[in-house]
Design a protein around this ligand. Structure first.
Ligand code: AKG
Ligand code: FE2
Length: 318
């Protein structure tokens, strides 16, 4: 059994096909925190321009140039590099990629004469990914019974990044592990693969499912903040990158975050007698700091950070 794949091309609220697609999206997110989607976000030419030209060019630039990619929005937002570790991967990221100025600012770091092709492709691509992300969030919220006005304010409270990854041919030639297993600590992620396999997600029974790098497919992963807003109903997806063919790989990741300093809370409708409140309101930037300093001390860092303490199990404290 693999992760469900759903075709969201032309699927809009109120049109035929919305309810069936919503049921499939909600069921897969509840089961795995993951869904694979067919969507028109990047045509063949755009795919070739980004994966075939811009990213290979960018990642062959000197390290000092790539390290100019810094973010004012918090830890883990700019250049990330692991080239000296047991894995060979690095990435750069654009804050607010649906803004033309952000994309130009990013391109100018690497192509001082500008790169109109990169900018002209990336802006509409990021806008398409934003629309897809909003569709998936809306489907999950509707599927769980959240009211329209709360869905609207949730969608308005989000910010975005577009991260580009490069993985060298795996150093670990037996297992091909190129990015360690992890949960994303943001709200959600849409992953775009190209030609080279790698993304694997963990099913509930602990087995690993690989996601084919088919063109026009996008993998939506719920992050830990999605678990908070859904009161624990949607698990954050555990995933990793494992490349069994001896090739380099590029991928693109559209990340969704709460606003910097914004408070993330469980949605009212998702707390009831059967589903008592699981998480206290929390700030994502504080969670990132917590993970950075204390994350490794805990099996479930999210619970340690903002989980509601079960009063029944605290009797030894009385
Ligand atoms: O490159 C990929 O497919 C996955 C990247 C990833 O897991 C991440 O950016 O958090
Ligand atoms: Fe990830």
């Amino acid at each position: 059994m693999g992760i469900t794949k759903v075709d969201l091309r032309g699927v809009e609220p109120g049109l035929p096909g919305w309810q069936e697609a919503r049921a499939a999206v909600t069921a897969s997110l509840l089961a795995h925190g993951c869904i694979v989607i067919t969507y028109d976000a990047l045509g063949q030419e755009g795919r070739q321009a980004l994966f075939g030209r811009a990213l290979p060019e960018l990642f062959t630039l000197p390290l000092e140039t790539k390290q100019r990619n810094v973010s004012t929005m918090g830890k883990f937002r700019g250049y990330l590099g692991n080239k000296d570790a047991e894995v060979d991967n690095e990435s750069v990221s654009i804050d607010e990629p649906t803004d033309k100025g952000s994309i130009h600012g990013f391109a100018n770091l690497f192509w001082p004469e500008g790169n109109p092709e990169f900018c002209d492709i990336t802006l509409p691509f990021a806008k398409n990914l934003l629309k897809l992300e909003q569709t998936v969030h809306r489907m999950a919220m509707e599927g769980l019974g959240v009211q329209e006005e709360n869905i609207g304010s949730h969608l308005c409270s989000l910010t975005h990044t577009l991260r580009f990854w490069h993985y060298g041919a795996p150093k670990d030639t037996v297992n091909g592990l190129s990015l360690k297993m992890h949960r994303d600590f943001n709200m959600s992620t849409l992953i775009v693969q190209h030609e080279v396999e790698g993304l694997e997600v963990q099913a509930k029974d602990g087995s690993w499912l690989s996601i084919d790098p088919e063109p026009n497919t996008f993998t939506f992963l719920a992050g830990e903040l999605f678990t908070v807003v859904t009161n624990g109903r949607v698990p954050s997806c555990v995933h990793r990158v494992r490349m069994l063919s001896n090739r380099e790989r590029f991928s693109m990741v559209f990340g969704c975050w709460s606003t910097v300093g914004g408070v993330v809370s469980v949605m009212d409708e998702l707390v009831d007698v059967e589903h008592p409140l699981m998480y206290n309101p929390c700030r994502a930037d504080e969670y990132v700091e917590f993970l950075y300093w204390d994350g490794l001390k805990h099996d479930d860092p999210l619970k340690a950070f903002c989980g509601v303490v079960d009063k029944g199990s605290s009797s030894s404290m009385e």
